[in-house]
Design a protein. Structure first.
Length: 251
């Protein structure tokens, strides 16, 4: 991981869950980290933490408040990155939203977050990487085990569809990078059931409690460890996908 010291990483959805765990890990590995989210409270707390200030981590964390569904806010964020840090070496494309009701009622908003904004962040990252001739750039996309099947549960129907689309987008970008000879590696991490805030925010505390008590789960730090593994590989190795989940889970 020494080769990533002082490199510039962008983490979307960095204020909680897998995003926040990834931000913390990358800071520990001495990267400069831009974290984009609609909410910044946990990131700002991390930035003001006395221990982080003492170790100089707070000077390497750059929270940016932005709604990824608004293209102008995404463009503005990437312009800030170019103007202030000069380049991006790593994108962890993590932001997403879960299902609340059913496919019939919420497809448009979820499509905007999980597919359109997802693809937009990849596109803007590639533009900047090519403009700055970034070497050994990596794009890591957090998808889901639901990109492999459709569960028998209405709130997850369209969520699963968006994750299938995200997985297809990643493969499409990979093929285009090859045909255009763009030296960027792209991969995805497909987590199973992870203890993040997405269940509570979409389905409520009671459902969250029931799921955590009755189904095996893993913590966000274990997904961050998978990201660290990808970053540890040499430039001639591409990890196309890592599927990771709790022991004992059916999917």
């Amino acid at each position: 991981m020494d080769k990533w010291c002082d490199k510039v990483a962008l983490v979307t959805g960095g204020n909680s869950g897998i995003g926040l765990a990834t931000v913390e890990l990358l800071l520990d590995r001495h990267l400069k980290v831009i974290a984009i989210d609609k909410y910044l409270d946990k990131l700002e707390t991390l930035q003001k933490d006395d221990q982080n200030i003492e170790k100089g981590k707070s000077k390497k964390l750059f929270p940016i408040k932005a709604d990824l569904c608004k293209e102008e806010e995404v463009t503005k964020a990437f312009q800030w990155i170019e103007n202030n840090l000069g380049e991006i070496n790593l994108l962890v494309n993590n932001a997403g939203m879960g299902g609340i009701t059913s496919l019939l009622e919420e497809w448009k908003l979820m499509l905007g977050v999980n597919v359109v904004a997802f693809g937009l962040c990849i596109t803007e990252t590639v533009k900047l990487m090519r403009k700055t001739k970034t070497s050994n750039g990596i794009i890591i996309n957090i998808t889901s085990n639901l990109s492999h099947f459709v569960p028998d549960y209405p709130p997850f129907h369209f969520y699963s569809a968006t994750k299938h689309a995200a997985k297809a987008l990643v493969e499409g970008f990979r093929q285009e990078f090859l045909s255009l000879e763009i030296p960027i590696r792209i991969t995805s991490v497909s987590p199973g059931f992870v203890k993040t805030g997405i269940i509570r925010s979409s389905l409520g505390k009671n459902v969250e409690k029931h799921l955590y008590e009755n189904y095996p789960s893993i913590c966000p730090q274990e997904i961050a460890s998978a990201i660290e593994y990808i970053l540890s590989t040499p430039p001639d190795v591409t990890i196309r996908e890592i599927a990771i989940g709790p022991t004992g889970s059916k999917n």
